[in-house]
Design a protein around this ligand. Structure first.
Ligand code: XMP
Length: 319
C-alpha cells in the first residue's frame, strides 16, 4: 500500500528527529499496538531501542515464548523478558475482587517495569503504542466525573515518574491503520489479526480466586477453543473469543467413574469497538464438537457452557 509505505517513512524520519542518538525503552505486551510501535522504532533507530516485556504469568498458552522468539530471535530487537509470574501470582493469592485484581496487577506491573527500565543506562525516552482513540478518550475524560467502569491497566504517569520523554509514533492512527502499518513492517498476518487481549490477562477470565491449577486448565481449554475457531475459518469474523474457567465444580461421568471438576464458559462476540457486542451465533454442531473436545482433551474440566449475553447489559469479559 503506497500510502502506508510513505506514512512509514515519514514516521521513521520523525522518530529519528525526536530521538537523535539517545536511548528509548518500549514496553512490549505482545499486543498489536506495542508490537507495531516497537518494530517501527527499531527500524528507525536500531539498537538504541530496548524492549521490556513484563510477563505477569497471566498470558495464554505459549504466548510469552512467542513474544520472545518473535522480537528477540526474529527481529533481533534487544529485549528484557521479566518473568515475574511468581511475584504476580503470590500477590493475587486470595484475591477475588475484580478491581483489586486489576489494581494489584497494575501496581506490580509498574514496579517491575520501572525496575527493569532503570537498568537500561542512559534511557531518555519511553515509547508507547498510544492510538488516536486513546488520545481522544483521555482528553474527553480528563477533569470530568469518573466514568470508568473498569479501571484499565494503564501505565499513565509512568513517564513523568521516571523522568522520561514520550515517543508515541501511532498517535495519529486508528486500529485498522496500525494493522496496515504492521503489515508494511512485515509483521506476520496471524499476529496482526489477533483478537484484543486485556492487560490483566487471564486474571479476569478466572472469576474468583486465581490458582496456578486453574490457570493451567484455562490455558489448555482456551487453546482448544481458539483452535476450533481457526479450523472452522471463523477467527476473523469474531472480535474476541476466549474461555473463562468458572469458580464452581460440578459432577460428571467419565467411563465407569464420577468426576467432580470445573465448569467453563466459552465466550465469543462480534463488535466494532468493544463498547457494545453481540454473542457469536455458532452452529450447534460447532458448539457440541467444541464442548466434546474441551472435555476430552482438558483434564480438570467436565462441563462446558456457551455465554449468550450481549453487551450491554453484560460485559465482554467475565470480570
Ligand atoms: P468489557 O469486558 O468491559 O471489555 O466489555 C471491553 C474491552 O476491553 C477489554 N478489557 C480490558 N483491557 N484492561 C485492558 O487492557 C482491562 O482491565 C480490561 N477489561 C476489559 C476487553 O478485553 C474488551 O476488549
Amino acid at each position: 500500500d503506497w500510502t502506508m509505505a510513505s506514512y512509514k517513512d515519514e514516521a521513521i524520519r520523525k522518530i529519528r528527529d525526536q530521538v537523535g542518538d539517545r536511548r528509548v525503552i518500549c514496553g512490549l505486551s505482545g499486543g498489536v499496538d506495542s508490537s507495531v510501535a516497537a518494530v517501527l522504532i527499531h527500524e528507525a533507530i536500531g539498537d538504541q531501542l530496548t524492549c521490556v516485556f513484563v510477563d505477569h504469568g497471566l498470558l495464554r498458552l505459549n504466548e510469552a515464548d512467542e513474544v520472545v522468539s518473535m522480537f528477540r530471535d526474529n527481529y533481533n530487537i534487544p529485549l528484557i523478558h521479566a518473568d515475574e509470574a511468581d511475584l504476580f501470582l503470590s500477590a493475587l493469592e486470595g484475591v477475588s475482587d475484580p478491581e483489586v485484581k486489576r489494581k494489584t496487577i497494575g501496581r506490580l506491573f509498574i514496579d517491575v517495569f520501572q525496575r527493569e527500565a532503570g537498568r537500561i543506562e542512559g534511557a531518555e525516552f519511553l515509547a508507547q503504542g498510544t492510538l488516536y482513540p486513546d488520545v481522544i478518550e483521555s482528553v474527553s475524560f480528563s477533569g470530568g466525573p469518573s466514568v470508568t467502569i473498569k479501571s484499565h491497566h494503564n501505565v499513565g504517569g509512568l513517564p513523568d515518574k521516571m523522568g522520561l520523554k514520550l515517543v508515541e509514533p501511532l498517535r495519529e492512527l486508528f486500529k485498522d491503520e496500525v494493522r496496515a502499518l504492521g503489515r508494511e513492517l512485515g509483521l506476520p498476518e496471524t499476529f496482526i489479526g489477533r483478537h484484543p487481549f486485556p492487560g490483566p490477562g487471564l486474571a479476569i477470565r478466572c472469576p474468583g480466586e486465581i490458582t496456578r491449577d486453574k490457570l493451567e486448565i484455562l490455558r489448555k481449554a482456551d487453546a482448544v477453543f481458539i483452535d476450533q475457531i481457526r479450523r472452522h475459518g471463523l477467527y476473523d469474523e469474531i472480535w474476541q473469543a476466549f474461555v473463562a474457567i468458572l469458580p464452581v465444580r460440578t459432577v460428571g461421568v467419565m467411563g465407569d467413574g464420577r468426576t467432580y471438576d470445573y465448569a467453563c464458559a466459552l465466550r465469543a462476540v462480534t463488535s466494532v469497538d468493544g463498547m457494545t457486542a453481540d454473542y457469536y451465533p455458532f452452529s450447534h454442531d460447532f458448539l457440541g464438537e467444541t464442548a466434546t473436545r474441551i472435555i476430552n482433551e482438558v483434564r480438570g474440566i467436565n462441563r462446558c457452557t456457551y455465554d449468550i449475553t450481549s453487551k450491554p447489559p453484560g460485559t465482554i469479559e467475565w470480570e
